[in-house]
Design a binder for this molecule. Structure first.
Ligand code: UTP
Length: 459
């Protein structure tokens, strides 16, 4: 295949003529056509050569947030009003779920798409099944359809869709699901040259969860949402089965504040917990990664001894459809890139032992800085955040399972059930969406006591 002369010239001008040697491959030629050659040299200069060292703005302040426990009557009233509004929104079918599932899950070391990981502590239910069953129960509860948008990468799209198809769409209606694929980004060697993974292909990787916003437009998802009357997107990550798939309080608070994009914040357990930090600078909300927040700021304290930068991000958002439409109206979206040094298999070095280049990813939370109005709502960690990043230790399969069991036991205790020692149970998400459902289920099953050593799936 011959490249068009203008494309050849653009590649040469961008300092990437080493690629031309392989350009007879149709696949590679197609990849080369998709690259914005004009902006590439600037990108390389900024993120590869100069490492885009982060400068902390002088006016950086901790971000305000609406607290978990209202501090006064007016907050109490606002919370009640928001919750009622959220329920109303859900009842009128104006909300949809969005799960980002395009990551490579390298830390977990699981070959298949992360969503197919059997996380259920007793049942071995997969992450995708947790969400699907919870969505089905929420639909039933609110009496309105809830569509589920699942973002994959080019690498795991097929395996993800096959998983759903083979399991009869996990009990959901086929047309309730919308799969779409995020964009890719070429990896760049330390010498500023794009890397080839084979003579046929650039070394490409998913463009980060920031790619969600543009992919929503390009895939037609936004259009479908508009047609369905969906105004609010409940956004969560595939590796957090504790998250409420839709949260009436959060959706209602977002709507009440007329926010473009909202975020849940959790009180950090220590100054250096690996969560992004909610900050305000230049009058807008921003998340500063834990690795970028200087130690003296991370450790600074209020007069009462609490951390000044207390707010950590569990990556749970409500996003207005209209905001995504506005951001992507021109068919492109320029979020900043974040660089990661990686071992990237290439034709020259199939199994690198040390990092040999840079992958660039964009992050969805950078859209907060572009929003006209934002809201941060404090969440209860035990009720919404159990990330499954590693096999063991912190943020692991183990800790996630423990948290799922603890949440379900709390629900049963609150429903009046006596729980003895050493009990391992799982409430079926198809039956139990919230505390009220747990009370109902305990009543139906006439459940009064879980004797010592019980191991069971309930519901
Ligand atoms: P992580 O940053 O934890 O990455 O993604 P990961 O790929 O799952 O895991 P590691 O870092 O390789 O171990 C957070 C969420 O964002 C999604 C992931 O699927 C996960 O739900 N994500 C990440 C995408 O959808 N696309 C991406 O390009 C990156």
């Amino acid at each position: 295949m011959n490249l068009a002369p203008e494309l050849r010239a653009a590649i040469e001008k961008a300092g990437q003529s080493h690629l031309l040697e392989y350009a007879s491959s149709p696949l590679l030629a197609k990849q080369l056509e998709a690259i914005d050659w004009e902006s590439l040299p600037g990108l390389i200069e900024r993120y590869v050569v100069n490492k885009n060292a982060m400068t902390i703005p002088e006016d950086l302040q901790p971000a305000p947030y609406f607290p978990l426990v209202p501090r006064n009557r007016s907050e109490e009233e606002k919370k009640a009003q928001a919750e009622a509004l959220g329920v109303e929104i859900l009842k009128s079918g104006k909300a949809a779920c969005l799960t980002v599932a395009g990551g490579q899950g390298t830390r977990l070391g699981f070959d298949a798409p992360k969503g197919t990981y059997p996380i259920g502590p007793v049942s071995g239910r997969t992450l995708f099944e947790y969400f699907a069953q919870s969505i089905a129960r929420a639909e039933e509860k609110f009496g309105a359809p809830i569509r589920w948008y699942v973002m994959t990468s080019a690498l795991n799209r097929e395996a993800t869709e096959n998983f759903f198809r083979e399991r009869d769409y996990l009990g959901l209606r086929k047309d309730q699901l919308f799969f779409f694929t995020q964009g890719t980004m070429p990896a760049i060697g330390y010498d500023g040259k794009l890397l080839l993974s084979s003579p046929d292909s650039l070394a490409l990787s998913p463009d980060g969860h920031g790619g969600t916003l543009l992919a929503l437009r390009k895939s037609g998802a936004l259009e479908q949402m508009k047609k369905d009357g969906v105004e609010y997107i409940s956004y969560f990550q595939v590796d957090n089965p504790l998250v409420p798939v839709v949260n009436p309080l959060f959706i209602g608070m977002h709507a009440l504040e007329e926010a473009d994009m909202s975020a849940i914040m959790l009180a950090k357990t220590n100054p250096f917990e690996k969560l992004g930090n909610f900050c305000v600078t230049g009058g807008h909300l921003e998340i500063i990664e834990y690795s970028d927040l200087p130690a003296e700021l991370a450790e600074s304290r209020n007069p009462d001894g609490s951390l000044r930068f207390i707010s950590g991000s569990p990556a749970i958002h409500v996003i207005s459809r209209a905001f995504v439409e506005k951001l992507t109206a021109a068919g492109k979206l320029e979020l900043p890139w974040h660089r990661a040094d990686k071992k990237i298999p290439t034709i020259a070095e199939p199994k690198p032992e040390a990092p040999n280049g840079v992958k660039l990813e964009s992050f969805i939370f950078d859209a907060l800085a572009l929003a006209g109005k934002t809201l941060v709502l404090e969440g209860d960690r035990a009720e919404m955040f159990a990330p499954t990043k590693n096999p063991t230790g912190v943020d692991s399969v183990e800790s996630c399972r423990e948290m799922l069991i603890a949440r379900d036991l709390r629900r049963l205790r609150a429903a009046g059930v006596t729980v003895e020692e050493n009990v391992k149970i799982e409430l079926s998400p198809r039956k139990v969406f919230d505390d009220e459902d747990a009370v109902q289920l305990a009543k139906e099953l006439k459940l009064e006591k879980l004797p010592r050593g019980t191991e069971a799936v309930i519901g």
